[in-house]
Design a protein around this ligand. Structure first.
Ligand SMILES: NC(=O)c1ccc[n+]([C@@H]2O[C@H](COP(=O)([O-])OP(=O)(O)OC[C@H]3O[C@@H](n4cnc5c(N)ncnc54)[C@H](O)[C@@H]3O)[C@@H](O)[C@H]2O)c1
Length: 311
């Protein structure tokens, strides 16, 4: 997808740096061979390496998917301890060798907390350049609303994923809009079944990652890769006027969320910078769910520090 221009547009050549660990070196080389064999016109080079320094050298965009795999039956907490130390190491490689304006997207779970560790252990990278992926959850929410209304997903916008990329995330449709032939309508006006919106819809989106793992024994792959491209595309090239997307970003205290946490907010992007959408009305139902997922992130942060034995 990256080499075809899905992420950065059809006019942007790319050089791809691929990093994996030594036991996966042969498989990584196969990926390199396939990239060459695909003869992508936009692909100007491939560096496939097991050396983090070489992989990070001069990169403008770092998409961090590496880490211990979550398997069926594992909760995200189980993978936390295995993955935070990987992110501490990657923080120092990026800090030393990446381009000064490098934009970072953490995908590997626990994505928000891995991004937080990366931010804290790479203090010279501006916090606004470190994000985590909740666009997949955002896209899942769009898909579920479209399915329920029997409309195309393109007609739905402005859902929100608040908080952690975990089962405590809060998929919120209070501000979501559907484009109809009669103009824009609120999702809440088109779906009168509040019980479905407040219960089943939220659970489906929260549990979708687990449902995919149960069905195929591995994490979402196609939809995750597509969401990564959407995240970087919109961050760099901008969000369309009148719409927002969800990104895990460093909280500035907006909506009462602890400053410094990596929390998923509704954001608009312009000229390579994201801004949290301000002034949305938050009802008591939403407040409780936003606080619950923030509480989980605070707990994950202290577990992560305990794993790293940092005081
Ligand atoms: N945020 C999201 O929406 C989202 C969606 C899908 C998957 N994920 C997460 O993304 C991660 C990757 O998922 P996957 O299905 O591709 O897993 P995978 O196990 O297939 O791939 C992980 C890769 O990381 C490599 N790796 C392990 N340790 C590494 C290190 N220290 N440095 C570099 N590479 C390393 C492995 O060798 C492997 O190639 C998982 O943590 C998964 O839970 C997140």
């Amino acid at each position: 997808m990256i080499a075809r221009g899905v992420m950065l547009g059809p006019d942007q050549p790319v050089i791809m740096h691929l990093l994996d660990i030594l036991p996966a070196a042969e498989a990584l080389d196969a990926v390199r061979m396939e990239l060459v064999d695909a003869a992508f016109p936009l692909l100007k080079g491939v560096v496939a390496t097991t050396d983090a320094m070489e992989a990070c050298s001069g990169v403008n965009i770092a998409i961090l998917v590496g880490g211990y795999r979550r398997k069926e039956g594992m909760e995200r907490k189980d993978v936390l301890s295995k993955n935070v130390s990987v992110y501490k190491d990657q923080a120092s490689a990026l800090e030393q060798y990446a381009a000064a304006d490098c934009k970072v997207l953490v995908v590997a779970n626990p994505a928000n907390t891995n991004a937080l560790i990366l931010k804290e252990f790479a203090p010279s990278i501006p916090a606004k350049n470190i994000t985590c992926l909740t666009r997949l959850d955002h896209n899942r929410a769009l898909g579920q609303i479209a399915k329920r209304l029997n409309i195309h997903v393109n007609c739905v916008k402005n859902v929100i994923i608040w908080g952690n990329h975990s089962s405590t995330q809060y998929p919120d449709v209070n501000h979501a809009i559907v484009t109809t032939q009669a103009g824009e309508k609120a999702v809440k006006d088109l779906i009168s079944d509040t019980k479905w919106l407040n219960e089943e819809f939220i659970t489906i989106v929260q549990q979708r990652g687990a449902a995919v793992i149960k069905a195929r024994g591995q994490s979402s792959a196609l939809s995750a890769a597509s969401a990564v491209c959407d995240h970087i595309h919109d961050w760099i090239l901008g969000t369309p006027k009148g719409s927002w997307v969800s990104m895990g970003v460093c909280s500035d205290g907006s909506y009462g969320i602890h400053a410094g946490l990596i929390y998923s907010f509704p954001v608009t992007c312009r000229k390579g910078e994201w801004s949290i959408v301000q002034g949305l009305q938050i009802d008591d139902f939403s407040r409780a769910k936003m606080d619950a997922t923030a509480k989980e992130l605070v707990e994950e942060k202290s577990s992560a520090y305990a794993c790293l034995e940092v005081k």
